[in-house]
Every structure is written in C-alpha cells, then in structure tokens.
Ligand binder design. Sequence first.
Ligand code: ZN
Length: 277
Amino acid sequence: MKQLINQLIQLQVLNFTLDEQKALTSDTYLKDLEASIKKLADSLPPDILKLFTQLSNKYSTAVVPMTKGTCSGCGMAVPTILAYEVKLGEKIIQCPRCARILFYRDSLPRQLKRVTSGGKPASGLERFSCSRLMVPQLQGKTRDEIIREMIELMAAEGFVEKPDALFESALNREAIVPTAVEHGLAFPHVRGIEGGGLIFAAGLKKQGVHFGAPKNRLTKIIFFIVIPLAASAFYLNLITGLMQTFSDADARERLLDCKTPEKMWQVLNQLTKKTIP
Ligand SMILES: [Zn+2]
C-alpha cells in the first residue's frame, strides 16, 4: 500500500511537470511525460485513479502531506486514529474536511517570512521577490552550485529554512526533466513548502552554464522558485509571464547588462509590467 500512495505522489509530480512544460511552451519532453503519466495511471486501481482525477480537477494539489497531525491542504487537525493510519501508509486516507489524499511527512521546510513592499499594496513581481534576492553575477560554475547558491541566499535573507532539504528537492525535480528551457532560461524550483506565498530569486550567469537545456544550449538567466502548496496554481502564471518577457532577445540583454541587485530588480519589474501585472 505504501507503494500506492507513492505512485499517487509520483503521478501528481508528473502532472505538475507536464503543466509546467506546457506553460513554458517547451515541447521537448511532452511526449515522454505524457507516456509516463499514462503508464503510471494505467497501473493504478481504477477506483483510486478516479478519486485522484476528481480531486485533481477540484484542487491544484490532490495528494498532500500531513505534517504534525495537520492536513496541509486545508489546515484541519486530522483525528488521531486517522493520523495513525496515514502514518502507517497502508490505506488511502482522505482528509475528513477537504477529502484530499494524505501522506505522512514529519516536517516540511517552512517559509519564514514573505516579501513585502514597504507598506504600499504590492503588485506584479513585488509580491514574489525583492532586490535582496537578485544576483547579477552568480558565482556557481555548475547547475548544482548555482541552485545551491540561490537557496543559500534565500535562507541567509531569512525567507526559508532547511537549505539542505530544499536543495535535495530541487535536484529531485531536475531529475524528472530539466527546468532549463529555450532562450537561456531556467526555472529550478521546490514545491510544497509550508507557508503562504511564492518567492523567487533571480540570478545571472553572463557567460552561460550547462543546465540541461534543449540542444545543450547554455543557460544565462535563472529563476529559483519556492512554491507553497497554496500557490501551486499561481506558479504557472508567473513562469508563463517570465517566459513571454524573456523570449524577447532585447529584454534578455537588458537584464543581463545589470551590474547591481537594485538595477536588476528595477529592470526586471519594468520588463514584466505587462506580462505579470
Ligand atoms: Zn484537508
């Protein structure tokens, strides 16, 4: 049975990845992903697949962790006996309030604070980042070093905890299909952290780095994103907007020209005014 819940988690991850690839108009891995999803779905008992599909249509996340006895989908304290069953993982257990399927995690990395914009109502990218999370010259020389560097910055600035756990999750996500796409862009990310809002850091590597992009092209602009459960759906709007902006070569050049975090943040906001209102 533990295997069944793991299969559902895996199916959900593949569905997320497929949605991401579509949002990024990256068709490199679409066929492979669709085939993997079909294979996994076909191997599930039909009633479980039906339940999963119904929940996935209703919520952006159908299978959610129960941490510290609480459903991370709706926040309900799971009754003790059910919580015990979730921990055992021998049956499919649904949250009594929201009906999402629960699995056990002793703890999740937490978001420690949200980005703020100095009192005025935030709009556009101000809701998700700030100049302190801009890196005009990434030091890392490889994909892994760069992901690590961006996570450490987010942790050092006090936005997230457990950088080691985040790093591991980010690499697990890269292992499914690379988050690097066309136009020298990459969107490494971690899903399902505990907390309210989506946060990203942006980094530039002017000479380029191998990030697993199609045709072995170099990646120069990297957005590292942490996505709390509640922001799963919004994440797709963000990457679609960034992709729209930076499929334009002039926009990429303007960003890559930035020498300071403040300038980079200013240019990034200007360039995405229309695509991420
Ligand atoms: Zn719930």
